[in-house]
Design a protein around this ligand. Sequence first.
Ligand SMILES: *Cc1c(COP(=O)(O)O)cnc(C)c1O
Length: 393
Amino acid sequence: MTNPFSVLGHLECSRCSAVYDANELQGTCSCGSPLLARYDLGRVAGAVERAEITSRPPLLWRYHELLPVRSPEAVVTLGEGMTPLLPLRRLGGELGLPRLLMKDEGCLPTATFKARGAAVGVSRATELGAAGVAMPTNGNAGAAWAAFCARAGLPCLVAMPEDAPLITRAECLAVGAELEIVAGLIGDAAVVVSRALAGRPGWLDVSTLREPYRLEGKKTIGLEIAEQLGWRVPDVILCPVGGGVGLIGIWKALGELAALGWIGPEMPRLVAVQAAGCAPVVQAFATGAESTSPWPDAATVAFGLTVPAPLGGPLILRALRATGGTAVAVTDTELLDAEVRLARCEGSWACPEGAACIAAAAQLREAGWLSGQDQVVVLNTGAGLKYPDNVTT
Ligand SMILES: *Cc1c(COP(=O)(O)O)cnc(C)c1O
């Protein structure tokens, strides 16, 4: 028998463990919780070794056995993956974190890490025969899905709040997506999407964690970090959290690598970084709650973090607690200052969401939660170029 391109097995509810067929289009579990892709990891051992992975082209598709797309012909790609893991020597020195690293997602297609979820999500939706996809977004996810849908020839409806960065509207329109601008926040955009979907048979709702495969794309951040460190994990990973797909994906990836024996059982402490103007995860973590409560009047310049009621709240909180991590809120002033400081120190202009992780790392070092010995990875989720108005000219 030839080696499988993917060892995808079934889908499993993240809350009640109900099992679903992965060979059909699926949304959430009937209990309302996200479904997670489960793999037949035993078959990986016979099919591929770490050294072979490392010899493959520098794309996220190098991990195809651990991704859900069954056939190589179904892969829709714009060349995404293998982003740099940069040592931040000067800034790290200033912060008392000499082993500070930044995973820089700004160089992905559409300039944010949303490209990872879109590449895998669009590929799998096409493979399973979706007629089109629709999603609410704070901007960047819509821009990424619109681009990959254009590449796949798949119709795409994007609904975004009127306050979302203007560049993301232009990105959707440039590639020919259908765009709805909505008064209010991402939850209001979600209402527009579900109304539209009611009249579009065969279309798939690709809202955050309402289908299982966007998470699989985001998971590759964790796979890359482990591979780039020589198949080991750092002590701590700081991740900006809106819907939480990035953080949950990293946790899932490292769990799968540990189950394969490709890394040891130790997990990095995972840190969720939010903006003080929308911090439902920080609040729930602090109070010991198992799910988040909707955040009233959410507002921050880090627009990708404006998710007042993330569906993945319980999964995010589980990831933080299982790894001995924590959750931190930073103010808009702090994250904008960090954006400038990082750019001046290292020549890397990060998005405000990514810069929030630098501000959080500084806070945690001062509080003694991080030590000078810790190897710390911050995730910069996108390019500063997408938010040009953050620098006064
Ligand atoms: C979407 C987004 C985030 C938040 O990511 P989640 O996976 O939703 O937590 C962070 N930064 C940027 C630039 C984003 O577009």
